[in-house]
Design a protein around this ligand. Sequence first.
Ligand code: WT7
Length: 630
Amino acid sequence: MTEEKLSGDVFYPDEETVAKARVPDWHALAAEAEQDYLGFWEREAKELHWFAPWNQVLDDTQQPFYKWFTGALTNIVYNCLDRHVATARRNKLALIWEGENGDFKSLSYFALRRDVCRFANVLRSLGLVKGDRVTIYMGRIPELPIAMLACATIGAVHSVVFGGFTVEALADRIEDSQSKVLITCDGAYQRGKIVPLKQIADEALHRAGTVESVLVVKRTGEEVNMEQGRDMWFHELMNLPIASGPCKMEIVDAEDPLFMLYTSGTTGKPKAILHTHGGYMVGTYTTMKYVFDIREEDRYWCAADPGWITGHSYIVYGPLLNGTTSFLYEGAPTYPYPNRWWQMIEKYGINIFYTAPTAIRGLMRFGDAWPNRHDLSSLRLLGSVGEPINPEAWKWYHRVIGKDHCPIMDTWWQTETGMFMITPVPSLPLKPGSGTRPFPGLQMDILNEEGQPVGTNEEGYLVIKNPWPAMMRTLYKDPEKYLELYWSKYPGIYLTGDSARRDEDGYYWIIGRVDDVIKVSGYRLGTAEIESALVSHHAVAEAAAIGLPHELQGNAIHAYVILKVGEKVHDGLVEELRKHVAHEIGPIARPEKIEIVDSLPKTRSGKIMRRVLKARALGQDPGNLATLEE
Ligand code: WT7
């Protein structure tokens, strides 16, 4: 490997890391993939099992509606489970789980496959067939991946709704997906309390009418309402004769949908990103393997929630495709004390740990003594995702958690991309705060308004110029929006919605979103969702939401509200509105601050100018106000 000399604050990998790395020379792999990116992905795809081969790696005749591995037959679950069960991995642990209250469960590949098959039989017996949508709304318990994999087994399309969302967010997603089945649990442990998921689900089902069956996992044992003829207990179904016996896996086309996942965009309600079996499988398998350098003996922990893309790709599918052992934890990192995570890394001997900057900043606040009480020497690799990581937090993570020897994989990607896009591999020199370079095979760039590449260290729009296998295929039921949101600013080029710069060494630095998406603690929320939740309160006529920098959460939501004529400001109104948003969308969407105002800055066509509100809140110059109406 050629010794690179890079500028700025650089952390070079140690010799041992490079010597053992699956990719000792990133540049060689990248050069090979650049020459022939389809050849690169095809070679990776051949490491997986297919029931019938593809005629074409990429079909771009209807771009940007790209198709990958056309003509191939597969099922991602076969590669996640069956493939391993047929080998010595049969008895290897697939999943280790700890509940917040100390409960414990582990499942070997054999056991996970058995439970997935049983549940797949249950789902079939309810009349579900290939293509049907199923909403999953649960806490972080093993039954969540089991439910996802069971859906995929029969070709049903899962739509997981994050357990931290509440009534309106859940109702919207059920309604839009027209799910016939909802899988949920009685409750979830969070910070020593119980989140009443079934109760929230009941309220959501009241507003959204397509669900015929509700399957409920008993987690807490709290009393819940079970509606006759609609609600059934998971454990009872799993013990019925229909659950046992062989389960016929649905052989699907590579392009058949695997799941949809709602995510917040620039306007209106959240949209469902659609991913498919074949390409998504190849993308998550390959990136997981190279970036986390997966080895047979690894124990891997991604501390995200399965309800977000990070959990789909790198708790459920990526780790299982690679036959690795994944750890899942139900609760909060600080419960009962701020050493909970470090304690579990020691207890389970975790080798690879992947989390978000907001969590790192939050735990850093409690000081070094908490992690220092624990033996963290099993760790060899760390990861970060969700928002830019500030160099200070990076260095703390590197020094205090990684003991100066664990490379940090800062992975930039999106719900839409399905897989890591800008990321190092362990042998690449790192710069705190930069995700380094595009993954091999990807052509990325940073463009100005006119579509020209910007100069070194200049800010511009981050774009992707060639297709990749795990890319979303469309927005569910809305192909026009897919074209408009992602492919219209620069024809033939994918617009990420982020701004970025590239330094003199070709390293990418993400600056942030350039649209109306707010990242709060790494969670993606749209201004429109928060605004419509506010307006659904009887006293509110109009609302505007913006994201302002926040030390721990990255961004905090501030909202401006105009009351309806005749409504009076009273003590407690602001608090009532904040609670209302938390009840409708979820606690993560609760605005930090709400100001009652008489007017909002708008364009002549009536659009709220959030950038003016933001500039005012930050005491900055609002810039060009030519279009401002009032
Ligand atoms: C947005 C996508 C993909 C997993 C979780 C988020 C931001 C994500 C990074 C990173 C800087 C990041 C971007 C992106 N983002 N990872 N490593 N460094 N920013 O998925 O909810 O779809 O959000 O998260 O702004 O566009 P998501």
